[in-house]
Design a protein around this ligand. Sequence first.
Ligand SMILES: *Cc1c(COP(=O)(O)O)cnc(C)c1O
Length: 227
Amino acid sequence: MSRLHDACARAGRDPGTVELIAVSKTHPASAVADLVGCGQFLFGESRVQEARAKIPLCPGRARWHFIGHLQSNKLRQALPCFECFHGIDSLDLAVQADRVAQELGLHPRVLLQVNVAGESSKFGFRPEALERDLETLLGLRRLQIEGLMTLPPAAPDPERSRPFFRQLRTLRDELAARSGAGLPQLSMGMSGDFQIAVEEGATLVRVGTALFGPRPAKGRGMEISDP
Ligand SMILES: *Cc1c(COP(=O)(O)O)cnc(C)c1O
């Protein structure tokens, strides 16, 4: 947490403009409770099943964001558990989320995941698709679309992430100017590159390993969906 303050200071940003999401996937409720005891209240999970089992065991003051890829058949279970969804990655998923939110009487906050690097292995809107679909997305009355999220290609050197973070911010600026929508949130940066993300305008950083220590390796990488 103090490293995030340092990163804000170096980037000349008010720490109040960047929120830390503690990514607790694979870690037990007791680890979440420890951080809540230190004053960290915002947590991120990337699997619906795991989160549904864990959240009831955690302190009630914890708030939850869903940061993973969401399968449409999990929407009904997931929507009531999280205040914000970072992985809305297609028009089809957004339309279905809007419909289920209507049925459940919810107005979820949403970030649109963008595949800025165009990696075939990653989920997310291509920037061109988002330019085309944004108007339709903003017309989905149940979704509060607050901004964009990205996951750049894994790289040993965090500086490699900078162009992708910058592209996300530029895309946000263009989309906001064109549509008149605010789109204030930029969810970008993880343990290895959150300092760079803060320099490039992140408002939400998703940090797991640097807070909780390493995750068990097997089958627990990011972007792996629930079975
Ligand atoms: C796991 C995960 C993170 C956290 O990664 P760390 O490298 O442990 O900080 C961030 N974002 C997403 C989407 C993830 O799946």
